[in-house]
Ligand binder design. Structure first.
Ligand code: ZN
Length: 83
């Protein structure tokens, strides 16, 4: 049985996620949507490892592709786990 995470553990994970995104997004190549080139993408296709803008992530990937093809998450999501 898995133990429930404490608030402190959850906060450390969020902090680590924010630091990882800050580092990854510091690369100029990651500051553009992979599909359309829009600046400052705020979504990720986890299984493709690409950054996407809102329109490409929500209006295209999330609507047209099942999660097995493109699993979309916001970079601001506090819970980063794969389904
Ligand atoms: Zn886009």
């Amino acid at each position: 049985m898995m133990e429930e995470e404490t608030a402190e553990v959850k906060e450390r994970k969020v902090s680590l996620t924010e630091r990882v995104f800050a580092k990854v997004l510091s690369s100029n190549a990651n500051n553009y949507c992979f599909d359309c080139g829009e600046k400052e993408p705020t979504f990720v296709s986890v299984n493709h490892g690409i950054f996407l803008c809102y329109n490409c992530a929500i209006c295209i990937h999330q609507v047209h592709y099942p999660v097995e093809i493109s699993f979309i998450k916001s970079i601001f999501d506090k819970n980063w786990s794969y389904p």
